[in-house]
Design a protein around this ligand. Structure first.
Ligand code: NAI
Ligand code: ABU
Ligand code: NA
Length: 504
């Protein structure tokens, strides 16, 4: 259950295992998107704090430090973090709801995923102990080669606001499991629970400097982290334009990046779906879950013309039934979007669609019963042309646009008609057809007869402008490991490349 009237804890930056005031002493307001009120403040880090945090992280990796721990030792810390997160579930879910606006029940289930993710990477950290040295067979007997997997070093983790603690965890858990020391920069729009992770790390006695948490603005705290010469890698989730800036800055130092950027994912629905209500519900969930703010949202419905009218009628009935309310209310299924800026951006995209000739079949406005808060009705847009902005650009709000198709070829062409390539869904009884679409979709993730379920074991990431690299599963661990080749000469014979001088 949500905790009523919960106050935001007042925190500083988490550096070197302790709370530390930012050098410039600046703070940023925390706004509850359901009330538009300032409910607290977070510290605003700048380049000076980034440098202090990176030095702390580097020290943590020093001789006998965090970097020389075994996987089994790190697993103990990860499990202790998981246990503390679980213990604080009601508080963390409530904080996340008042900071981000997502329904409390969703926030609580994200916290469950956070717990599972830390536990999962604890297991992988442990398993690493037996896998971090492997022999590579050579064609020569005079040499022996093995490969070490070792922590990559100090990593910068920059995260978004849509799943605040979960996106933090997707990066922090594998980075720590691998033995890296990390500097985390969560989104200024929802940092509260990531700061609470600092308190949890303090409580479980995580070695100082292993995880440092710097809240602050992108250009003031994120940018210096990317450009810091002693940061070995950047892992980023967020918008395309910021991803481009990060990749450009990192390229100056030949710093590796993984980028999980936006999307405009399709959901293709065929007329052989066995149950229209089941398909309608997946369509809604695929786009309106998390208040529509999911990078993988299947926000383009591509529906076979033979059932389009019947499907849209039913979709409308289900959409009208969605409870929009303060996200702390029980049974809320749609809360506000994150900020005034996002609210205005989403409404502008809707009005542009209208001006370009699309039809707002449902929604498109603030719900009448909610006078305050960044609420937008779940919105369904038809008569969409592929040249329209609403078809092409990521909205990151509860907005579904619809197009019909006649043939499989047309459906796949529409599905792939996007610069993005994160997710794609197909709903059809015909599993051979689902297989054909799975192969044809230009995406990193495919959902068959569902949309959005996301587990921590399989890989997560995209292609095209949705970025590259994979998070989750064992793939994420690889992001934070350096692969070191070690080759030993084991023959007693001279190498005999140069002519030997006369005998001594
Ligand atoms: N794909 C995804 O998961 C997300 C996509 N978005 C999209 O991005 C749009 C803008 O939202 P924002 O919150 O402004 O996203 P953003 O991509 O700018 O922010 C994500 C993170 O990057 C940081 N950041 C911003 N500029 C930076 C820079 N120059 N160097 C290093 N770090 C920097 C931010 O502080 C935040 O922690 C949204 O309207 C939405 O469409 C937003 C959040 C998540
Ligand atoms: N369900 C997790 C989605 C993560 C993301 O929006 O990046
Ligand atoms: Na907020």
């Amino acid at each position: 259950m949500a905790i009523p009237n919960m106050q935001i804890p007042s925190r500083q930056l988490f550096i070197d295992g302790e709370w530390r005031e930012p050098v410039k002493k600046n703070r940023l307001p925390v706004i509850n998107p359901a009330t538009e009120e300032i409910i607290g403040y977070i510290p605003a880090a700048t380049a000076e704090d980034v440098d202090i945090a990176v030095k702390a992280a580097r020290r943590a990796l020093g001789r006998n430090g965090w970097g020389s721990t075994t996987g089994a030792q790190r697993a103990k810390f990860l499990r202790a973090i998981a246990a503390k997160v679980l213990e604080k579930r009601p508080e963390l879910a409530t904080l996340e709801t008042i900071d981000n606006g997502k329904p409390w029940f969703e926030a609580a289930s994200d916290i469950d995923d956070v717990v599972a993710c830390f536990e999962y990477y604890a297991d992988l950290a442990e398993a690493l102990d037996s896998k971090n040295k492997t022999e590579v067979k050579l064609h020569l007997d005079s040499f022996k080669t093995h490969v070490y997997k070792e922590p990559l070093g100090v990593v910068g983790l920059i995260t978004p606001w849509n799943y605040p603690l979960l996106m933090t965890t997707w990066k922090v858990a594998p980075a720590l499991a691998a033995g890296c020391a990390a500097v985390l920069k969560p989104s200024e729009l929802a940092s509260i629970t990531s700061l609470e992770l600092g308190e949890i790390c303090r409580e479980v006695g995580l070695p100082p400097g292993a995880l440092n948490i710097l809240t602050g603005l992108g250009h003031e705290a994120g940018s210096p982290l990317v450009s810091h010469p002693d940061v070995d890698k950047i892992a980023f989730t967020g918008s395309g334009p910021t991803g481009i800036k990060i990749m450009t800055a990192a390229a100056q130092l030949v710093k590796p990046v993984t980028l999980e950027l936006g999307g405009k994912s399709p959901i293709v629905v065929f007329d052989d779906i066995p149950n229209i209500d089941i398909a309608v519900e997946w369509t809604l969930f695929g786009c309106f879950w998390t208040n529509g703010q999911i990078c993988s949202a299947t926000s383009r419905l591509i529906i076979q013309d033979t059932i389009a009218s019947q499907f849209l009628d039913r979709l409308l009935e289900w959409t009208k039934n969605i409870k929009i309310s303060d996200p702390l209310e029980e049974d809320c299924k749609l809360g506000p979007v994150i900020s005034r800026g996002q609210y205005e951006k989403v409404l502008k995209l809707i009005s542009t669609a209208k001006n370009e000739g699309a039809t707002i079949l449902y929604g498109g406005e603030r719900p009448q019963h909610l006078k305050k808060g960044y609420y937008i009705q779940p919105t369904i847009i038809t008569d969409v042309d592929t040249s329209m902005e609403i078809w092409k650009e990521e909205v990151f709000g509860p907005v579904l646009c619809v197009k019909t198709f006649k043939t499989e070829e047309e459906a796949i062409e529409l599905a792939n008609d996007t610069k993005y390539g994160l997710g794609a869904a197909i709903l059809s009884k015909d599993l051979d057809r689902c297989e054909r679409f799975t192969k044809a979709f230009q995406s990193g993730i495919v959902w068959i007869n569902c949309s959005q379920p996301c587990f921590w074991q399989p890989p997560w990431g995209g292609k095209k402008r949705s970025g590259f690299g994979r998070e989750l599963g064992e793939w994420s661990l690889e992001n934070y490991l350096n692969i070191k080749q070690v080759t030993q000469y084991v023959s007693d014979e001279p190498w005999a490349f140069y002519k030997s001088p006369s005998k001594l």
